[in-house]
Design a protein around this ligand. Structure first.
Ligand SMILES: Cc1cc2nc3c(=O)[nH]c(=O)nc-3n(C[C@H](O)[C@H](O)[C@H](O)COP(=O)(O)OP(=O)(O)OC[C@H]3O[C@@H](n4cnc5c(N)ncnc54)[C@H](O)[C@@H]3O)c2cc1C
Ligand code: SF4
Ligand code: SF4
Length: 1024
């Protein structure tokens, strides 16, 4: 049976018996072919189980057909730990429940994200203790698979110290609850799993017998190899790559039990698939003292870390100069904190029962490092919790910062993760620098120094085959040095596909024991074969180059040659960039998985948060495009619905571009994918109509009285839903036709301004032009009040964002080209361009350069901003009038307003000018906490198909609007405004209207007065 036949057999067999999802199409498989490593291997299929039985059924099928199985959590392994040619079992999709909590234990499913568990435990004053930097992404299954740890390893150890027991699917599909188990006594027969001892007659007895067999098999290996284990896995506290045999010897000696759960930790899914786990938790620290020591050389920092060991710091992280420089450039706070002369730093934490005791421990450390030997040049001690958190950011963001370095040559995760005895760190760091020189390479170094864990990232171009050879030679040389000082490789980040070949070479005796243990659990080699022990003879499975002919089987041996057939040339790019620029953008995504985060401190990705499936994540889009560019995926896929469906899980909010450490332009990549689909298939009629919302608004406006009656009529809304696809439950704004343009013409605004001094061209876009005349009047009044000349060029058309979002690039180009002529003329005359709609700014600034080639583009982009930014800049220059009057409403003298920063207004900035402006207004109480994306995303939330998803995404914001005390909302985005008014009767207004009102420029009450908008009666939006 060839691979295709095997795949269709799998599809047929498993679809009927698995309650979860079975994905066999090439597009879905391409999303599971990579992780955060440099490796790529295409799986046969992907299964997303809902139950342990699903996992068991899949494993049974795989064992029967001799197909490997690869458990996966979030797919953030830096060594290719979840990749393989068989069936990937994605435990991160549905296994997300915390099942029980009590005392010092918690029972969870294996796909629970570490930070979500931490949030849950924090309510009871407890924690998991294990603190990986990517806790908002990584899953419990991944932490177990990797025996992960973090900076606080010296205090809390790694995952192996937390796992009490685990429900596991074994290699033959049996489901067992693994716990520490006594091996059989010498009088009992049949010690090996796989032996044909009599079958016990109850399930419990069967499981017990199974555990005894496993324990006995392992105990036999431990018993026969004690001396070898002691020599190869010295019992320092640092973690070791692979199976923790030294730990098992200890527990066997101590309790007479084989600690089977502990064996799972670091096993990288090779012994069993964890579906549930019982974890021991720790109480939160009572008090901590945190500080950053700075040094003038790496050598001094490494020596200082050693000097601190007797004080047993809870954490002691070492940063080299490159990292400190990157941190200084990335964040202004670090620029103040870290002087340029600092060549290395140590972040140190001490905990104690109270603040005083913690401070005393820290002071002792400072005395040692600043004393007669004067190891450090400076120390920055954090005062208070906010400063501690800020200092910790240096460590927390370390990997993200490394992942943020762009360019073909960048610090790559391949060698990293070696562990040396702590006392050997200073000498090893010196030797490391020599080895790098010998290999003519540079590297970044980050270390958990007090336990000898070093992360080394050499700068290379990972897609260049010659560089890869250099990288492999460097890895080999460094690992040789590690062996020489009695260390190990693949500590907290595993061996995976990148390091297992080297482990087998450098630690052959231990690798032999690992193979024996593997045989006890998985004699057929079903679970992640080739990881931890017995690696594939073909070596590392490198990611293929992008945009080049398919590599030959000898350079990319793990995926069979049949996976890279010759395809027709790719019809990309369709946007205004070169194929090389597109490849570079795609290549900048390193798979770190940061965009799977559901942390409240970032907003990416609203749709992934609502539906946490791999294809919804931003990195899925980059991976899909990479598969096309490397020709592993047939370009004909571009016309397929599967590609369109993946691309459609992006609604163009640009939050990934803002929050991704590498700033990957996922929206542009998605536009390419959608554009290609449209080029091949065209748009379906409803998408065509909805992407021309400007046309609908204009037509509605031409028959405004009729259209406004229609959008309020249930029967007409039913018809509109059927024909246009606009959800009938969605509140809609009334049509006002050409009112605004007529008013502007009467005011002389449609001619270039005759005022001297600063002048702006007001780019209206659709909502202001066809639905919100009051906003236009408010902005004009505010600008004129501040002596700014206003020009509303009547030749302008809509920006075209809905067309871009739909992938109708040709139509978007036509609008862009008309607007560009208008805007270029204005810019030449010295106008700034301002918009009240943030998405119009994004469209002009981000999308127009991707749509059109034009010499004047740069000037137009530089001159364009949203109105709030323009006014806030005016204020910062001291030129904004501040004659504001207190605002009041019918209910309150000081209304409480919920301000929502729209996604498109957040791109590229930490602050919100509109919020700053609102804070200038007297008598206004502003609530501006971030509740995430509104979920409206232009026309996305209008459509019947997306209506419910849109409401779910915006639930946080809508709930906040509903809360007592909030009288009204304020936001710049018209879509967000519609959503904020959707679930409540409270109105939401553009902040500029509040500004105008506070200046006394809009008088009320009355139909055009602001009081009516703040009176607690929404009325401006209409629903059936
Ligand atoms: C930005 C970034 C920061 C990182 N920081 C740290 C850090 O501070 N500390 C650290 O230790 N690591 C760190 N890592 C490495 C990696 O993320 C962790 O090792 C993490 O635990 C992997 O979790 P995951 O859910 O992504 O697992 P995956 O990558 O999906 O899988 C990891 C391994 O576990 C196995 N596995 C997954 N689920 C199961 C299961 N249910 N049953 C059995 N086996 C399973 C897989 O087969 C694989 O071998 C970092 C990685 C990145 C990209
Ligand atoms: S898009 Fe950014 S955050 Fe997401 S995986 Fe790629 S690099 Fe990481
Ligand atoms: S643009 Fe928004 S919806 Fe699209 S992938 Fe990025 S964060 Fe997700």
């Amino acid at each position: 049976m060839d691979r295709e036949q095997l795949r269709s057999r799998l599809d047929e067999d498993l679809r009927g018996i698995v309650a979860g999802e079975v994905l066999c199409d090439a597009e879905s498989r391409s999303l599971y072919a990579t992780d955060a490593s440099l490796c790529e291997v295409w799986p046969l299929a992907v299964v997303r189980p809902r139950t342990s039985d699903d996992v068991a059924a899949t494993v049974r099928w795989a064992a029967e057909h001799q197909v490997p199985v690869h458990p996966r959590g979030a797919g953030t392994s830096l060594a290719g730990g979840s990749l393989g040619t068989g069936i990937v079992i994605d435990c991160g999709r549905f296994f997300r429940r915390i099942l029980r909590t009590g005392g010092d234990e918690v029972h969870v499913q294996s796909g629970v994200v570490a930070a979500q568990l931490e949030e849950h435990l924090a309510r009871a004053g407890r924690s998991l203790g294990v603190d990986p930097t990517n806790r908002w992404v990584t899953t419990i299954g991944g932490l177990i698979g990797r025996n992960s740890s973090g900076s606080r390893f010296p205090r809390h150890g790694g995952m192996s110290g937390r796992l009490e027991s685990a429900r596991v699917v074994l290699a033959d599909g049996a489901i067992v609850d693994l716990e520490p188990t006594a091996p059989a006594s010498p009088h009992q027969p049949a010690l090996r799993d796989g032996d044909t001892s009599p079958v016990p007659d109850t399930a419990a007895a069967g499981t017990a017998a199974r555990l005894t067999r496993l324990a006995s098999g392992v105990a036999e290996i431990l018993g026969a190899s004690r001396a070898q284990i002691a020599a190869s896995q010295p019992s320092t506290r640092a973690t070791h790559g692979g199976y923790q045999l030294h730990d098992l010897v200890r527990s066997l000696d101590r309790d007479g039990l084989v600690d089977l759960p502990r064996l799972l930790c670091g096993a990288e899914g090779t012994l069993g698939i964890v579906t549930e786990a019982t974890l021991r938790t720790v109480p939160d620290d009572a008090a901590t003292a945190v500080g950053l020591f700075l040094f003038d050389s790496l050598d001094q920092a490494a020596t200082a870390a050693l000097a601190l060991r007797p004080l047993a710091p809870d954490a002691c992280d070492l940063f080299d100069k490159r990292h400190l420089t990157l941190a200084r450039t990335a964040r202004p706070a670090f620029e103040e904190l870290i002087p340029p002369v600092a060549a290395a730093g140590l972040l140190v934490e001490f905990s104690a029962a109270d603040d005083q005791a913690a401070a005393a421990r820290f002071d002792e450390a400072a005395r040692r490092l600043q004393g007669p030997r004067a190891l450090c040049i400076d120390v920055r001690r954090a005062e208070g919790e906010a400063e501690k958190a800020a200092l910790w950011e240096l460590s927390r963001s370390v990997v993200a910062t490394l992942h943020g370095v762009r360019g073909t040559v960048r610090p790559v995760p391949f060698v990293e993760d070696v562990v040396v005895p702590p006392e050997a760190v200073p000498a090893f760091v010196r030797r490391l620098q020599d080895v790098l020189k010998e290999c003519d390479l540079t590297a970044m170094l980050f270390a958990h120094a007090s336990h000898g864990q070093l992360h080394i990232r050499p700068y290379v171009d990972p897609r260049d085959p010659a560089e890869r050879l250099r990288l492999e030679r460097l890895a080999d040389a460094i690992y040789g040095e590690v062996v020489a000082v009695g260390g190990t490789i693949g500590g907290e980040q595993g061996l995976g596909l990148s390091r297992t070949p080297f482990f087998t070479t450098h630690f052959s005796a231990l690798a032999g024991l690992f193979t024996a243990v593997k045989r006890v659990f998985d004699p057929q080699g079903v679970l992640n074969p080739g990881l931890v022990s017995g690696v594939s003879p073909d070596g590392v499975a490198w990611r293929p180059p992008l945009g080049l002919p398919p590599p030959s089987p000898t350079t990319h041996p793990v995926a069979p040659a049949a996976a890279v057939p010759a395809f027709a040339p790719l019809p990309l790019p369709l946007l205004n960039w070169t194929a090389e620029q597109l490849s570079d953008e795609v290549d900048a995504c390193n798979g770190c998985g940061g965009c799977r985060s559901q942390s409240p401190s970032s907003r990416m990705c609203p749709l992934y948060r609502e539906n946490p499936a791999e294809e919804t994540s931003p990195r899925a889009k980059a991976n899909l495009m990479a598969a096309l560019l490397s020709t592993r995926l047939d370009p004909a896929s571009l016309g397929q619905d599967t590609v369109r469906a993946i691309a459609d899980t992006c609604f163009n909010c640009h939050q990934c571009r803002a929050d991704c450490p590498a700033g990957v332009d996922i929206p542009a990549i998605v536009t390419e994918l959608k554009a290609a689909h449209v080029e091949i298939n065209g748009l379906d009629p409803q998408s065509w109509l909805l992407s021309r919302v400007d046309l609908l608004s204009s037509l509605g406006g031409a028959v405004a009285p009729l259209a406004n009656r229609a959008i309020a009529s249930p029967q007409a809304r039913w018809l509109i839903e059927k024909v246009l696809g606009v959800a009938r439950g969605r509140k809609l704004p009334p049509f006002t036709g050409q009112q605004v343009m007529r008013w502007a013409a009467r005011r002389g605004l449609t001619r270039p301004s005759r005022r001297s001094g600063p002048r702006v061209l007001y780019f209206l876009d659709t909502f202001a032009r066809f639905h919100d005349p009051l906003l236009v009047k408010a902005l004009v009044a505010v600008l004129e009040h501040n002596g700014i000349g206003v020009f509303i060029d009547p030749r302008q058309v809509s920006a075209g964002m809905p067309l871009v979002a739909a992938g109708d690039v040709a139509a978007a180009r036509r609008l862009a080209s008309t607007n560009l002529r208008v805007l270029t003329e204005a810019v030449r005359l010295g106008y700034r361009i301002i918009c009240t709609e943030p998405s119009a700014v994004t469209c002009i600034v981000h999308d127009y350069p991707l749509l059109l080639e034009d010499d004047e583009m740069e000037r137009v982009v530089a001159a364009t901003s949203d109105a709030a930014t323009f006014l806030w800049d005016l204020h910062r220059e001291g030129r904004l009038r501040l004659d504001f009057q207190p605002l009041s409403t019918l209910q309150q003298p000081a209304p409480r307003i919920l301000y929502h920063a729209p996604c498109h207004a957040r791109i590229g900035r930490d602050t919100s000018p509109a919020e700053h402006l609102l804070r200038l207004l007297p008598g206004l109480t502003l609530d501006s906490a971030d509740r995430g994306c509104s979920g409206m995303a232009g026309t996305f939330g209008l459509s019947r198909g997306n209506y419910r998803t849109s409401l779910r995404v915006g639930l946080g914001l809508v709930s906040a609007m509903r809360s007592g005390g909030i009288e009204a909302g304020a936001t710049e985005c018209s879509g967000c405004r519609i959503q904020m008014e959707q679930g409540t009767s409270k109105p939401t207004v553009h902040p500029l209207k509040l500004l105008a009102k506070s200046y006394g420029l809009l008088t009320g009450p009355g139909p055009d007065g602001l009081d009516s908008l703040l009176s607690g009666r929404s009325g401006a939006l209409t629903t059936s």
